[in-house]
Write a protein that binds this ligand. Sequence first.
Ligand SMILES: [Zn+2]
Length: 150
Amino acid sequence: MSGPGQYLSDPTEGITRPEDLPPARIIRRSRNFKHRCCPYCGKRCYRHDTFTRVLHDVGDLVCGRPRDIHLEYWQHRCTKCRKSFNADMSDYALPKAHYTHRVVALAVRLVIEDGLPYQAASWHLWRDHRVFVPFATIQNWVEAGGKKGG
Ligand SMILES: [Zn+2]
């Protein structure tokens, strides 16, 4: 059989350890501002220190690899409140999240709209979007959204 509908399995099928999956492409982004306003008192605050967080994004289907955003951001310090705060990154991901909004939205849709069980949704995300999300993580997202079971 060699027609257009020929079945070809995904080359990564059967891999059980995430570290055996193809390596991620790294996309570098930065949030670099000289000043930001303090969220507590509104004072303009200088940047103070820089950090990098890694966010797993939707992967690259052309080369079949996942994509990680290495997001460099600055922490600013308010001398009045004596508090530190980060440059805003909420357009990429929720605070402390390891995945972008895009990935979370896709995963939740697979469960809510398509009715996929969590494990099937996890495989779908890897096979068709090249982003590895453990099924328990998807379950946490859906349950946090509070819409499952409708
Ligand atoms: Zn302040």
